[in-house]
Design a protein around this ligand. Structure first.
Ligand code: 5GP
Length: 342
C-alpha cells in the first residue's frame, strides 16, 4: 500500500467533474452558500459517490455528473474544484496530471470563462504536481457547441501550449458517431493538439476500427477490443499493430459493469501483448478511488511486483502529451526506482 502511494505516478485520464471528492463538493457547496446561491445538488450529494463494491450500468453514470456540474457552474467554484482536485492528486503521490474537462456554458459563465477559470488555476498552481488540460468534447453535443469548443481549444493551445495540450472525445458512447467528429478532431490535430478518444467502451467494432485508423495519440478504456470481451481478432490485431497507448481505468470499468470483475479485466491481455498502458482513475470521485488505489488493485489482481509497477509508471511518461516534460518526469521515476533498488 505504501509503495503504491510513494511511487511517483502520472495520471492521464481524469475527468475534472468526475474527480470531485466529497470533501471538495462540500467546500464548493459552502462557497456557493456564502455567495447566496442555492444549488440543487444538496439533495443528491450522497448519490454522486458510489460505495465500494457497488456497480451500475455505464449509461446510468452520465446523469450523475449533473450533480457535480451544479457545483462548478460559476468561475469561483470551478477554479476551486480544479485546485482542490490537483492537491488531492499530489497528496496521492501523483507528479503529473492531464486533467480533462468539457467546457460548459452556464447562467454564470461562457465557454471561454470556463476554460479561463481552469487555466488560471493551473497557471497559479503552487503545488509541485505538474498539471495540464485536455479539452473534452461530449459525444452528445450539438454541432455548434462542438465547433465552439474545438476553436477555443485551438485558441488556448496557441496561447498556452504548455497548459492546453490535447483534445478528447467522451460522453455516452451509445450516443453519436465517431465519423461526425473527424473534421473537428482533424482541425485540432493540425493546430498541434494531441488526441485521445474513449474507444471500445461498448461493443462497436466498426467504430473501434475508425478510431484506430484515425491514429489518436492515446485511447481510453479499450474494453471491447479483445475477442474475449466483445471485440474480435481484426480489431485486436489492429490495436496490437498500432501500439496506441491505452489509458486503463480498472475500477471505473468494474463499477460500470463494462468488466464483470477485476480479475477478468482486459488489463491482462493488454499487458501480456505488450500494448503500451497507463493506469488511470477516470472519475475518482464517482468511483471512490485514487491513483494509488488503482496501482494497488492492479498489483494485487495481476501479481505485478513493485519493480514492474514502477516501470508501468515510468513508461507512462512516454505517452504524456507535454513532450518537453517527458524527460524530467522519467528521471524522477527512474531516480525512485534506483533509490529503492527496483
Ligand atoms: P467534465 O467534463 O464535466 O469535467 O467531467 C465529466 C464528464 O466526463 C461527463 O459528463 C462525461 O461526459 C465524461 N465522462 C466521465 N467519465 C466517463 C466515462 O467513464 N466514459 C465516458 N465516455 N465519458 C465519461
Amino acid at each position: 500500500v505504501t509503495f503504491c502511494h510513494e511511487v511517483p505516478k502520472v495520471e492521464l485520464h481524469a475527468h475534472l467533474n468526475g474527480s470531485l471528492s466529497r470533501s471538495t463538493m462540500l467546500q464548493l457547496q459552502r462557497c456557493l452558500a456564502d455567495l447566496g446561491m442555492t444549488d440543487k445538488s444538496n439533495a443528491f450529494l450522497d448519490e454522486f459517490q458510489m460505495s465500494s463494491g457497488d456497480s451500475i450500468n455505464l449509461s446510468e453514470v452520465f446523469p450523475l455528473f449533473v450533480i457535480a456540474h451544479e457545483l462548478t457552474s460559476i468561475p469561483q467554484t470551478l477554479a476551486m474544484a480544479t485546485a482542490l482536485t490537483l492537491q488531492e492528486f499530489e497528496d496521492d503521490g501523483c507528479c503529473y496530471i492531464e486533467l480533462r474537462s468539457t467546457p460548459k456554458e452556464t447562467l454564470h459563465m461562457s465557454y471561454k470563462q470556463y476554460i479561463e477559470a481552469i487555466i488560471q488555476t493551473l497557471k497559479n498552481n503552487t503545488a509541485s504536481i505538474i498539471a495540464c488540460l485536455i479539452i473534452s468534447i461530449n459525444r452528445s453535443s450539438q454541432q455548434q457547441e462542438i465547433e465552439i469548443i474545438t476553436d477555443l481549444a485551438i485558441e488556448y493551445h496557441k496561447k498556452y501550449p504548455d497548459l492546453v495540450v490535447g483534445i478528447e472525445l467522451s460522453g455516452n458512447p451509445a450516443v453519436g458517431k465517431f465519423q461526425y467528429f473527424v473534421p473537428v478532431l482533424t482541425k485540432a490535430r493540425e493546430a498541434g493538439l494531441k488526441i485521445t478518444l474513449h474507444c471500445g467502451e461498448i461493443c462497436n467494432p466498426q467504430e473501434v476500427i475508425e478510431m484506430l485508423k484515425f491514429k489518436p495519440e492515446r485511447i481510453g478504456h479499450a474494453v471491447c477490443i479483445h475477442p474475449l470481451y466483445g471485440g474480435n481478432d481484426e480489431i485486436w490485431q489492429l490495436l496490437c499493430k498500432s501500439q496506441i497507448p491505452v489509458e486503463v481505468c480498472l475500477t471505473s470499468n468494474v463499477s460500470t459493469k463494462s468488466t464483470p470483475d477485476y480479475s477478468s479485466h482486459h488489463f491482462k491481455e493488454l499487458y501480456n501483448a505488450n500494448i503500451p498502458i497507463s493506469i488511470c482513475t477516470d472519475d475518482k470521485g464517482v468511483f471512490a478511488t485514487s491513483l494509488s488505489q488503482e496501482y494497488r488493485i492492479c498489483a494485487e489482481t495481476f501479481g505485478i511486483d513493485p519493480s514492474k509497477l514502477a516501470r508501468i509508471s515510468l513508461r507512462s511518461c512516454d505517452y504524456i502529451f507535454s513532450e518537453d516534460k517527458r524527460k524530467t518526469l522519467s528521471d524522477k521515476i527512474l531516480n525512485f526506482i534506483n533509490k529503492n533498488g527496483l
